[in-house]
Design a protein around this ligand. Structure first.
Ligand SMILES: Cc1cc2nc3c(=O)[nH]c(=O)nc-3n(C[C@H](O)[C@H](O)[C@H](O)COP(=O)(O)OP(=O)(O)OC[C@H]3O[C@@H](n4cnc5c(N)ncnc54)[C@H](O)[C@@H]3O)c2cc1C
Length: 291
């Protein structure tokens, strides 16, 4: 059995220096619910795990009206949804976090780990897309920011380069009269991988009868999670009606580029993209109206 090194840096500089030095032979360790399984099962061969949970920037969970939410990459799902004040502002993220595994997994699994594992079916990513998250990335060359919908580049791959790690997710404060929702389809009641996941957010006018804007994110229907820009274009400026919501749902179905696998067929996934988009939009509207 091969020995595996462990480091627990307390600063971003130390962590990025270690990751750069080991050049692909080291990986960050957050909750470990993906990486430990992958190493144990021989899917990853590493020399070093860099535990990032003692780096303060990766554990921050703060919100203010102007700056929005700063969600540290290593914050576990449960810490987020148990923060009543913050959770109430980001209902789509709560929906997704509460679906990741069961309670034990949610007490370890982080949003950052879910994103950096970069599975097309990861539950938090469509919700992060709906909530307009921006990824704050640190590396040997300094910091940069990438919109979450551009972060994943292929199954299991993302934009992180040598020595880089995800520090946090920056998410704007939702506008007045806004709401969001995430839903997934799985064959079982829980503990399964999404056949399709959909996250939607809407902003309504003060009367609650017109879409000011909308965002739809889809998971498990393409090599990477998708922002369905066409759905946002359909909603923008239109009255809140079944017909408009159906049009946006159709745009989501058209944007899906799924494969058939053991969990679902191409046809089923395209159909589900429309169904889940419609349902998440209806619920997002209800939330925006305070219903
Ligand atoms: C029983 C079980 C059920 C699950 N159910 C679900 C589910 O329903 N939905 C779902 O989406 N997922 C599910 N998962 C997968 C997993 O729990 C999530 O992907 C989790 O969010 C990963 O977070 P983590 O903190 O455990 O990441 P880790 O395992 O620590 O890391 C995951 C990957 O991201 C990298 N990484 C971590 N943090 C950073 C960082 N800051 N910067 C750069 N790279 C980083 C790691 O190197 C690794 O490659 C399940 C897993 C298990 C074991």
């Amino acid at each position: 059995m091969k020995a595996l090194g462990y480091a627990c840096p307390e600063t971003l500089e130390e962590a990025t220096a270690l990751l750069a030095e080991y050049d692909g032979r080291a990986r960050p360790l957050a909750g470990g619910t993906d990486i430990i399984v992958q190493v144990r099962e021989g899917h990853r061969d590493l020399d070093l795990m860099v535990d990032v949970k003692r780096i303060p920037q990766l554990r921050q969970l703060t919100h203010d009206a102007d700056q929005g939410l700063l969600l540290g990459a290593a914050v576990p799902c449960c810490e987020f949804y148990e923060h009543a004040e913050i959770a109430s502002l980001y209902p789509g993220l709560v929906d997704a976090a509460e679906l990741v595994g069961g309670t034990a997994i949610q007490s370890r699994a982080s949003f950052g780990g879910n994103l950096c594992n970069s599975s097309p079916a990861a539950d938090t990513i469509p919700a992060l897309i709906a909530h307009q998250a921006v990824c704050v990335i640190a590396g040997p060359g300094g910091q940069r920011e990438v919109p979450v919908e551009s972060f994943c580049t292929a199954p299991g791959r993302n934009v992180l380069g040598r020595g880089e790690l995800l520090v946090s997710l920056r998410i704007p404060t939702p506008a007045p009269n806004s709401g969001a929702h995430y839903l997934r389809f799985i064959p079982r009641n829980e503990m399964d991988i999404a056949v399709v996941g959909a996250g939607s957010s809407v902003v309504l006018n003060d009367a609650g009868d017109t879409f000011v804007s909308g965002r739809v994110g889809l998971g498990a229907v393409a090599p990477t999670p998708l922002l369905v820009e066409e759905a946002g274009e359909v909603l923008s400026g239109k009255p809140v009606s079944d017909a408009v919501i159906d049009e946006a749902a159709a745009a989501a179905g058209n944007a899906a580029r799924p494969i058939s696998d053991m969990r679902g067929t191409i046809e089923q996934r395209i159909h589900l993209s429309g169904v889940l988009t419609r349902r998440t939009l209806v619920k997002a509207v209800a939330r925006a109206r305070g219903e």
